[in-house]
Design a protein around this ligand. Structure first.
Ligand code: SAH
Length: 217
């Protein structure tokens, strides 16, 4: 499957929709305008790739809605060269948005089948620099810490301590915080060794942040 002029056209429509919904970060919109989102879905669902909706990607998981990806990313105020940890690789789309913003991306997935599929896809579509990891996101990636930014793309009842500790001082973490049904997007800023600031944003609905890993037989 290739990226065609038709896909590019659909993509610019999507960017227009995101702008109308209030996404203002021009660099982010430009980055999302470059990523062939249809390559993250099975061929049969190609038509859905440029609608502003979440979509199933197998293993009971979803590729987040473009607006949600944009909203979380915008809150992080990413600058080139920043080291970012993503929890919940899923399709890999969000990781590519971060990579397009010239960040150094580490992304963890707990489902081995998805981890294998996405780790293969990313270099095939030109994203060679993203480091995918198989493991439990509750533990973060201590080997590569501290991170300038952390993004949790599954709903969490609380922000795991390990992730707060792996945030650089001055660093920011974005997460959908709340019950499995409904969450509030929060932005956590690490002010010092011990102090954190928490700001709430709008309501969202994500798939759950689950403990442990699921291995392929
Ligand atoms: N960022 C993804 C959306 C992922 S949906 C994208 O752009 O497509 C949430 C993902 O988080 C799912 O793939 C799910 O398996 C994963 N997940 C849930 N709990 C996790 C955990 N503890 N560690 C790592 N990944 C987790």
């Amino acid at each position: 499957m290739k990226d065609s002029y038709r896909h590019k056209g659909l993509r610019s429509q999507l960017i227009k929709v995101l702008r109308e919904k209030g996404i203002k970060d021009e660099k982010l919109l430009e980055a999302m305008g470059l990523i062939p989102r249809h390559l993250f879905l099975d061929n049969a669902f190609e038509e859905w790739a440029y609608r502003d909706v979440a979509f199933p990607i197998g293993s009971e998981q979803t590729i987040s809605q473009p607006y949600t990806v944009a909203f979380q990313t915008q809150l992080l105020e990413i600058k080139g060269g920043m080291k970012i940890l993503e929890i919940g690789t899923g399709s890999g789309y969000q990781a590519c948005v971060l990579a397009e913003l010239k960040a150094k991306v580490y992304s963890i997935e707990r489902q081995q089948s998805l981890f294998i599929k996405t780790s293969k896809l990313l270099p095939e579509i030109g994203y060679n620099s993203i480091r995918t990891l198989f493991g439990d996101g509750y533990l973060g990636a201590p080997k590569f810490a501290p991170f300038d930014r952390i993004i949790i793309t599954a709903s969490c009842p609380e922000i795991p301590t390990a992730l707060k500790e792996q945030l650089a001082i001055g660093g920011k973490l974005v997460a959908p915080l709340g019950s499995q049904q409904k969450q509030t997007m929060v932005l956590l800023t690490r002010l010092s060794e011990q102090e954190y600031d928490l700001e709430p944003f709008g309501k969202f609905a994500f798939v759950p942040f689950l403990k442990g890993v699921v291995k392929v037989d």
